[in-house]
Ligand binder design. Structure first.
Ligand code: WT7
Length: 650
């Protein structure tokens, strides 16, 4: 265990630098001088810069205007252009990469499948025709609630092909959460599976959907993929099997040219209120952001074997399992299950088995690997690796160094990538052949991204002072709105500073211009890289008949980044028992999903409030942290800065 003093020292004096090796630079997609050129070009002529980058996509019809910001903050990119995301991810590759592996999939029980670009194209075309036959068309919303199997990508790309918007819901969410999202998006159809494998058990996805559909009046049909051969109920007239609707479908389904601004998908994410936001992304700009950053940040080459361990239910899965890599014609590894099934070396076994060259995972996973022991990675041949990525939360220098030495043998550049569901694509990250890395810093904004750290008034902060991370110019993959709620979109992201995008992250910038993101300054928690709102958990708690009031805060957690602590007052006459604590935890899981399981429930007579009646969250955060603060994952220094940045919340 490290002492707090040691942590403060390690962060304030974190001066280690890791420049890329000469060998890496020599083969890099973007070496240092090229990065400088791109950065300057994008500053001098942003429209010209983005127009040139967008030529990497296949357009049925070129655009007339690069950016229309006249209806700010609703951007339009590549106005007048016609494009199809599915065409860019599939058809475009058939002539040159038809027999190249697109998806190399490994199921948790050990089964595996490879789909070439040709095969993936065929599946997507057939499934797109099946969707059409079930009445799905341009502009309709489709909920996808699937395990990590190739069919999840097939479903997404089939929607894109016919212009339906997908709304992927992470398989760890509860039936309540699925119903909420169905209703907000007014989904017409749900695509699911009987179940998916996780830690040797079947997650009952279809059973969850059944409950959700009782409360989802807009949903007419449900397509079920048979993954686990478990018994499910099929409601006549509503539920159909994937293999049945595919059986006689033609594989001929030309990709339709859509407007560049045609909505591609909705992805729900947590904000500071109880109701998740439907982040809306559109086609041309999003696809450019995902594919360009994938090429740049991971230094993608034709024969790379690329593995991102995220779930397609999150934006990381959308941009860096499906759209970015497939648009670039990469070979993508996809794994269904848990990292410790059957043993704690499963990831390293997969890397060795498929000779993975690029590996992209989350700090919370890295901290678990450290705990499980070096002997697991050391038992496998990891020599194929050449770039290592990190995403989802700040990576603590200790975890960074372990990743660098134990997994990368000191040889692989580490790309710590900062971005959000809302940004669509990576915004701040080292280009691995161009920027020397510092453990714990996402380094510098990518070319074309004008990210800055500012004070309350919007002025750039001096070196190493804490401030708010903002983005000063629109970028192609930015969200366009919150589905059905333009006002909330404006208020949440564009009202803090006029014309400037507010990220809700606290950060500092050092004397070399490196950005150190510390964490959220709003009521969003980051639990194992999963984003949750305190208010969402509170609203679940107060729905329990025995609860009077609840306040939820995060506390530093060495493994998960943040843990969930609930302060609860009970209705009169209710006894504060341990059984009730367990019951409340189960209740939150039922309402939201296992990812929201509280780490601690504390009964209290009253909640501390200001005179105006606002809950004093800072005070509760201090109490919650006090009990367990080794401060290993989040440094005390960072916590102090964040507390200051949040000071207006009490
Ligand atoms: C929040 C966004 C898009 C990636 C997956 C999470 C935190 C993400 C980093 C990083 C420090 C990070 C931020 C951000 N975050 N990556 N490399 N360093 N913090 O997407 O669920 O939309 O969450 O995750 O706090 O605001 P998300």
């Amino acid at each position: 265990m490290s002492s707090p003093e040691k942590n403060i020292t390690s962060v304030l004096k974190e001066t280690r630098q890791f420049p890329p090796s000469a060998e890496f630079v020599a083969q890099a997609n973007v070496p240092g001088a090229e990065r400088e050129r791109l950065v300057e070009w994008a500053k001098a002529d942003p429209d010209g810069f983005w127009a040139e980058q967008a030529k990497s996509l296949h357009w049925f019809k070129p655009w007339d205007t690069v950016l229309d910001w006249s209806n700010a903050p609703h951007a339009k990119w590549f106005v007048g252009g016609r494009i199809n995301a599915s065409d860019n991810c599939l058809d475009r590759h058939l002539a040159t990469r038809g027999n190249k592996a697109a998806i190399v999939w490994e199921g948790e029980p050990g089964d595996s499948r490879t789909l070439t670009y040709q095969q993936l194209h065929r599946e997507v075309c057939k499934f797109a025709n099946a969707l059409k036959a079930l009445g799905v068309g341009e502009g309709d919303r489709v909920t996808i609630y699937m395990p990590m199997i190739p069919e999840a990508a097939v479903a997404m790309l089939a929607c894109a092909r016919i212009g339906a918007l997908h709304s992927v819901v992470f398989g760890g969410f509860s039936s309540e959460a699925v119903a909420d999202r169905n209703n907000d998006a007014k989904s017409k159809l749900v695509i699911t599976a009987d179940g998916g494998w996780r830690r040797g058990k079947v997650v009952p996805l279809k059973a969850n959907v059944d409950v959700a559909l009782d409360k989802s009046p807009t949903v007419e049909k449900c397509i079920v993929f048979n993954r686990c051969n478990t018994a499910v109920e099929m409601k006549p007239g509503r539920d159909v099997w994937w293999h049945d609707v595919m059986a006689d479908e033609s594989a001929d389904c030309p990709a339709e040219p859509f407007d560049s601004e045609h909505p591609l998908f909705i992805l729900y994410t947590s904000g500071s209120t109880g109701k998740p936001k439907g982040v809306l992304h559109t086609t041309g700009g999003y696809l450019l952001g995902a594919s360009l950053t994938h090429k740049w940040v991971f230094d993608i080459k034709e024969d790379d074997v690329y593995w991102c361990t995220a779930d397609v239910g999150w934006i990381t899965g959308h941009s860096y399992i499906v759209y970015g890599p497939l648009c670039n014609g990469s070979t993508v590894v996809m794994y269904e299950g848990a990292p410790n099934q059957p043993r704690e070396d499963r990831f390293w076994e997969i890397i060795a088995k498929y000779r993975v060259t690029i590996f992209y995972t989350a700090p919370t996973a890295i901290r678990a690997f450290i705990k499980w022991g070096d002997h697991h990675p050391q038992a496998h041949d990891l020599s194929s690796l050449r770039v290592l990525g990190s995403v989802g939360e700040p990576i603590n220098p200790q975890a960074w160094m372990w990743y660098h030495t134990v997994i990368g043998s000191g040889r692989c550049p580490i790309v710590d990538t900062w971005w959000q569901t809302e940004t669509g694509a990576i915004m701040i990250a080292p280009l691995p052949g161009a920027v020397a890395t510092k453990p714990g810093s996402a380094t510098k904004p990518l070319p074309g991204i004008q990210a800055e750290v500012v004070d309350k008034q919007g002025h750039p902060v001096p070196a190493n002072a804490g401030g708010f991370l903002v983005v000063k110019r629109p970028w192609p993959s930015m969200m366009r709105t919150i589905y059905g709620d333009d006002e909330r979109y404006k208020a949440t992201y564009w009202s803090h500073y006029p014309g400037v995008y507010f990220t809700a992250d606290g950060a500092r910038i050092d004397e070399d211009g490196y950005i150190w993101v510390m964490g959220r300054v709003d009521d969003v928690l980051n639990v194992s890289g999963h984003r949750l709102s305190t208010m969402e958990v509170e609203s679940a708690l107060v729905h329990h008949p025995k609860v009077a009031e609840a306040a939820v805060v995060g506390r530093p957690d060495d493994l998960k980044g943040e843990g969930i602590v609930c302060f609860v007052t009970l209705k009169q006459g209710v006894s504060p028992t341990d059984e009730l604590k367990a019951e409340l935890k189960a209740h939150v899981v039922h309402d939201i999903g296992a990812l929201a399981r509280p780490d601690d429930v504390r009964f209290t007579e009253a909640l501390p409030k200001t005179r105006s009646g606002k809950i004093m969250r800072r005070f509760l955060r201090d109490i919650a942290a006090g009990r367990q603060s080794t401060g290993d994952a989040t440094t005390l220094e960072d916590l102090n800065v964040l507390a200051k940045l949040r000071e207006d919340d009490e």
